[in-house]
Design a protein around this ligand. Structure first.
Ligand code: AMP
Ligand code: MG
Length: 329
């Protein structure tokens, strides 16, 4: 055969091979009920086995984190801490130790608006059952809210509560941490375009092949309406809202984000959405800014590089951080 013919045939063969690879690449999506929310994984892959394995690993990781960090599971690490850490130092995993340390850092950054010991009072609420503490119970338990009572020994890997009645709950950052871990798993499986979300927290990898991912910020009082659409590439986004877990009594909305200063649900805003490079941070900051309110919250976000915020206030008005505003002339 002439060399030109061989070359042409080879190129045709290679072209077919390439075409078959490109033609079979597609989006894979999966949803699972884990951690009391819906875990959604989306990814682009040319291999169904790789896609299935990546999804399996993400879901397995979510179950693992839930087993360790759920306060609803009596045998979780966090439940063990809450039971024993006021009596004696409790030895815990390096992973939980680090996440508690990040929670404490978030408290320092937000001057206590974020505080994992909110649960000292927070444990008295049951939003599904419509149960809340009365003023007497709040007054009795409020003094146990203070992140300074949580003493970590990084060498011995222990946690100790310096006061009786202290409880911790990582609900304000754990889902962000989990989706960050999930995105890391996708990356390790060679996935370049994907998304992992857990309720209000999402982490996207790359773009949506040629276009950014678009994540909508819902109207806090109408789940069918979107008040903003945010284009994202390689970024995390978290929304904290007063519509996620709540009940109403005599016209008052009792919901799951608690002001550590009062022990009551924070009431200045309806939702906070934060975007930034790390989902543990966006999750923690969304909860924090919800407690801080519009002015203090935007001031904090504007002081941080790489993070932006969209807030819906108590009147339904939209507020944005500096990076979202058109440049001043
Ligand atoms: P998110 O939906 O991320 O804003 O998280 C709300 C969850 O954070 C609640 O369900 C609680 O587990 C936890 N939480 C509530 N209030 C606070 C607070 N002031 N600081 C830290 N975590 C909180
Ligand atoms: Mg949060």
């Amino acid at each position: 055969m002439e060399r030109a013919v061989v070359l042409r045939r080879f190129l045709m063969f290679a072209g077919c091979l390439l075409w078959s690879v490109v033609a079979t690449a597609e989006w894979y999506t999966n949803e699972q009920a884990i951690m009391g929310t819906v875990i959604r994984t989306e990814l682009w892959s040319d291999d169904p086995l790789t896609a299935a394995e990546a999804i399996r690993l993400v879901n397995e990781e979510m179950h693992r984190i839930d087993r360790s960090m759920s306060t609803y599971k009596p045998d979780s690490e966090i439940s063990r801490i809450n039971r024993d850490a006021a009596k004696n130092p409790v030895t815990i995993s390096a992973e939980l130790l680090e996440l508690i340390a990040r929670g404490i850092e978030m408290s320092r950054l937000t001057h206590g608006a974020f505080d994992i010991t909110y649960a000292s009072v927070g444990q008295l609420y049951d939003f599904r059952a419509g149960v809340r503490p009365d003023e007497k119970q709040i007054a009795a338990t409020l003094p146990a809210i203070n992140y300074r009572f949580v003493e970590l020994d990084l060498v011995e890997r222990t946690v100790f509560f310096a006061r009786q009645g202290v409880r911790i709950d990582l609900g304000g950052i754990a889902k962000g941490y989990a989706v960050e871990r999930g995105a890391g798993i996708l990356r390790a499986q060679g996935i370049a375009h994907g998304l992992v979300s857990a309720g209000g927290d999402s982490r996207v990898l790359g773009d949506r092949r040629g276009a950014p991912w678009i994540v909508g910020v819902r109207d806090p009082r109408n789940s069918d309406r979107v008040v903003a659409r945010l284009p994202l590439i390689d970024e995390a986004i978290s929304t904290s809202g007063d519509y996620e877990r709540f009940f109403e009594e005599d016209g008052v909305r009792y919901h799951h984000i608690i002001s550590p200063a009062t022990g009551h649900s924070a009431s200045e805003v309806r939702s906070v959405t934060i975007i930034g490079p790390d989902a543990t941070m966006t999750d923690g900051l969304a909860t924090s800014v919800f407690v801080m309110g519009v002015d203090n919250g935007l001031q904090l976000i504007d002081s941080l590089d790489d993070f932006e915020a969209v807030i819906v206030d108590q009147h339904g008005r939209l507020h944005r951080s500096g990076g979202f505003l058109p440049p001043k002339k």
